[in-house]
Design a protein around this ligand. Structure first.
Ligand SMILES: [Zn+2]
Length: 416
């Protein structure tokens, strides 16, 4: 038995496919510099070396112009789409959500996003999607999945569309310390990698106020403490200033949206090392397409109010040194357009290289996956993309990804 194992091991090693990528330019996400004429050697799903010297042997050599690490989006909803908001959302079953997720996962991967953090889905459809992608049966990014987001009764993450007699409540609703602890544990029981919590009101929900805090500081602390003890990070949806501050003080790892962040909140996030994940491109897309998609009237004023201030506030926070990770809220606009958020970051004042770092090394750090993804280095997973133009010169090059490799497997190659 032992011998058989040894033979199998030797056989796998001997036949591991050795692919070499010759990169005309290579973005070094750690330093933010661009290297030229680099050879990336890949065996199985991992990068084994990166150097300026051509390796002597390879099964397969691929020449690519501008090479980057696979991009990471830390805020998606792969099972959702911008065409079923409001009452239309009630017609989508959990099974339908999962199938939509399969379609959207492929689109997202082909856009160059090899990893996403999916922050909220019904009925654990995101967990099913993650597991099917991991089995190799479906193309898609690797997913850090939350399951249903925790929220208060009547809050942003509840479902408030129907009157009382229908008794509709979203999967993640929990009120009070004991109930939020139970919900964290339930999500972990059914496969959650990360906990999502709605700390403030939101835009796409009926009857709540984006600026109002929803959970109390004590509830947020209980959620963070339980999740962390069980080895999970926590992401908090928070538009309002108080919710941003409370999420950070509770020890939550990232504040999503952060639309009403101000100097006081900036100081708290910096003190605690909390990540901010601004998702502002969605407003640009929405302003252009509201009429076309039949945007629900019940949400319109909130969308206008938040859009009017979010750009200025998050730009100020970013340029004041708040740690930023790249996220989009894709689902509020069509999947696959994720990279458009990078151009917003450059508009706010980041260099293109710094913007790329938010979607590579920073995002990997927020996920706790820095040893596996986020840069092209020996020992890391071979998540590699390529573009025609140099994204460190023109960030919009990331909107046209021509080559996608995830874990050593090529999912898209326009250079053949
Ligand atoms: Zn979201």
């Amino acid at each position: 038995m032992k011998n058989l194992f040894l033979i199998l091991l030797l056989a796998t090693t001997a036949f591991a496919q050795r692919t070499v990528i010759h990169a005309n330019k290579l973005f070094d996400a750690k330093s933010g510099h661009t290297l030229t004429n680099q050879y990336i050697v890949i065996e199985g799903d991992k990068i084994v070396s990166v150097s300026g010297t051509a390796p002597t042997s390879a099964d397969n050599t691929i020449d690519l112009p501008n090479v980057l690490p696979g991009l990471i989006d830390v805020h998606t909803h792969l099972t959702g789409d911008p065409f079923h908001f409001g009452y239309a959302e009630l017609s989508i079953s959990t099974a339908q959500e999962a199938l939509n997720g399969a379609v959207n996962a492929k689109t997202t991967l082909e856009a160059g996003f090899t990893t996403v953090r999916n922050l909220g889905a019904g009925g654990y459809s995101d967990i099913a999607l993650r597991d099917t992608i991991n089995s190799g049966a479906l193309p898609g990014p690797r997913i850090d999945a939350s399951g249903p987001p925790l929220g208060i009764t009547g809050g942003h993450c509840d479902n408030n569309l129907l009157p009382f007699e229908y008794h509709v409540q979203a999967d993640g609703v929990a009120d009070g310390i004991a109930a939020v602890q139970a919900k964290v544990r339930q999500n972990i029981k059914y496969g959650a990698d990360v906990i999502k919590v709605c700390a403030s009101g939101g835009v796409l929900s009926k009857g709540d106020d984006p600026q109002a805090s929803q959970y109390t500081l004590e509830e947020l602390k209980a959620i963070a403490a339980d999740a962390h003890r069980l080895g999970r990070k926590v992401a908090a949806h928070a538009h309002g200033k108080q919710a941003i501050i409370w999420a950070s003080e509770a020890g939550i790892d990232s504040v999503e949206h952060a639309s009403y962040i101000d100097d006081e909140a900036i100081a708290v996030l910096k003190k605690n090392g909390t990540y901010m994940v601004p998702t502002t491109y969605l407003s640009d897309w929405m302003m252009e397409n509201m009429a076309k998609i039949g945007f629900p009237e019940i949400y319109r004023q909130k969308m206008l109010d938040v859009s009017a201030v979010a750009d200025r506030n998050v730009a100020h926070a970013m340029m004041s040194g708040v740690k930023t990770a790249f996220g989009t809220d894709a689902a509020v606009y069509p999947h696959g357009l994720n990279a458009h958020q990078l151009a917003k970051f450059v508009k706010y004042g980041l260099t293109p290289a710094q913007a790329l770092q938010t979607a590579t090394v920073n995002a990997a750090d927020l996920l706790g996956w820095s040893s596996r993804i986020g840069s092209i280095e020996p020992g890391k997973l071979a998540d590699i993309i390529a573009t025609d133009a140099d994204a460190t010169q023109d960030i919009t090059a990331t909107e046209h990804v021509q080559f996608v490799m995830k874990g050593g497997v090529i999912y898209k190659n326009e250079y053949k």
